[in-house]
Design a protein around this ligand. Structure first.
Ligand code: FES
Length: 454
């Protein structure tokens, strides 16, 4: 095989024929992020490096020693983390106010103080210059020089940072409730996605991708609904409390409105026929076996109590997290913009065991099973499919893209620090097709008067 491949390369023109630079030097990397420049496109209003007036997770406190600071880029800003005299992790702008070098390349020669690597300005946990080593103990810089401080709070071993310019809001407003519960156990896993933070987020309630992207994922196949065929209507997410999008409309009876799914026969078929190409999708139905084996487990889990009952902490929550209540654990994926074309993702797996054994069992389950099933075998499939989405060109949206549009509205109209643009139409040019498709399909399916999809 290797020889044949080598020969074909020679025939194509050594070393790689036309494939060698098929996409220029970009290769298989994500195309560089560019924002829409159309002022009537909702995407032109979204800050490419994220929403500033929020708390964000930064790094595990255990990774900060008392001897060495750590640098971390978040929302396009460089920060440095070190331990103050009390041992608490503090964050400063990674910029020495003297001549601008990275403070994170310095050292903590004395417990609780961070010294700049260039002239030795030495800062305490509040960013005050307490000594300026190279000018001696009589330096006039002491008390004058101040490094910019970012407020921090450490919860369950994770350091959170207030990235805003304004006064920090209480951390409870932005950080999930499990971090404040005495018995809450929170396990974490980290990833980098080579794409913009909104591209990373937009797929979370784009539920129809399940039928394509996750058709072979084990967790998607755990229940019939996971990767079953969907209707062309899509789910009907709504914004609650100016903070969260919940994915499905909940009817007066408290049951989810399942019109979002293909249910002409009140059953979820595992395969659909596409007459114009006379083909079936998915091509094979061997996945039935896995569903058969795991559906009873799923039904058992549905009997457990919910983590969240008021709904504000389920769904897509500002500034950039997705939360699913699996009842035996709470899943959170929080997207932290690093720069416009790179996102850091942290997964919180929260459980409520009270015994040491229970916590050990949960940690083992997370590292051996959930980390694989939620991340490698699910979210990474999203990443591979979506990362080439380009923001700078027009789109042509369908009814099933309503969740994406709702997320963009949440960010541009409801986020702290954002004000609704008076110039932005209620329905943009690219969304017109979505609204038309939505109204037509809804009228067909219900026989009622079309309602606004916005
Ligand atoms: S640049 Fe930091 S002390 Fe001079």
């Amino acid at each position: 095989m290797g020889l044949l491949k080598a020969l074909s390369k020679v025939r194509g023109g050594y070393p790689g024929g036309w494939r060698e630079y098929a996409r220029g030097y970009q290769g298989n990397k994500t195309p560089p992020f560019q924002q829409s420049s159309d002022p009537k496109d909702r995407r032109s209003l979204i800050p490419p490096t994220g929403l500033r007036e929020y708390w964000y997770p930064a790094l595990p406190a255990k990774d900060i020693s008392s001897k060495k600071p750590a640098g971390l880029r978040m929302l396009g800003e460089d920060l440095t983390f070190f331990r103050d005299k009390n041992g608490d992790v503090q964050a400063l702008w990674d910029y020495c106010p003297h001549r601008g070098v990275y403070l994170s390349w310095g050292d903590c020669f004395w417990k609780g103080y961070l010294s700049c690597p260039y002239h030795g300005a030495t800062f305490d946990g509040d960013g005050e210059c307490v000594e300026f080593i190279t000018e001696g103990p009589d330096s006039k810089m002491v008390g004058q020089l101040k490094a910019k401080k970012f407020p921090t709070v450490t919860l369950k071993g994770l350091v959170f940072v207030w990235m805003g310019e304004g006064e920090p809001v209480p951390p409870e407003e932005d950080i999930p409730p499990e971090f404040f519960q005495e018995h809450g156990q929170v396990l974490t896993a980290w990833r980098y996605w080579d794409c913009n933070w909104m591209v990373a987020l937009e797929n979370a309630y784009d539920s129809h991708v399940g039928f394509m992207v996750h058709r072979n994922s084990l967790s998607g196949l755990r229940g019939r609904l996971g990767v079953a065929p969907r209707s062309p209507i899509g789910s009907r997410p709504r914004v609650i409390g100016n903070k969260t999008i919940v994915p499905l409309r909940v009817t007066g009876t408290g049951k989810e409105d399942t019109r979002a799914y293909y249910n002409k026969t009140q059953k979820q078929p595992l395969q659909m026929h596409y007459p114009r190409i006379n083909a079936k999708w998915p091509k094979y139905t061997w996945r039935r076996l896995w569903i058969w084996a795991t559906e009873p487990m799923d039904r058992k889990m549905l009997k457990l109590p919910l983590f969240e009952t008021n709904g504000e902490w389920i769904g897509q929550r500002l500034p950039g997290m997705v939360r699913n209540d699996y009842r035996d654990h709470m899943y959170t994926r929080w997207v932290i913009p690093v720069e416009s074309g790179l996102s850091r993702l942290v997964y919180f797996h929260s459980a409520r065991h009270k015994t040491a054994f229970g916590r050990f069992y949960e940690a083992a389950k997370f590292h051996l099973f959930h980390n694989f099933i939620h991340h490698f075998n699910f979210s990474d499939q999203d990443y591979d499919a979506q990362r080439s989405a380009r923001y700078q060109y027009p789109e042509y949206l369908s009814a099933t893209d309503l969740a994406v549009v709702q997320l963009r509205k949440l960010v541009t109209e409801h986020a702290r620090g954002m004000t609704k643009s008076a110039d932005m139409p209620e329905v943009t040019a690219s969304e017109e097709s979505m609204v038309e498709a939505y109204q037509e399909l809804e009228a067909q399916s219900t026989g009622t008067t079309p309602t606004s999809a916005g």
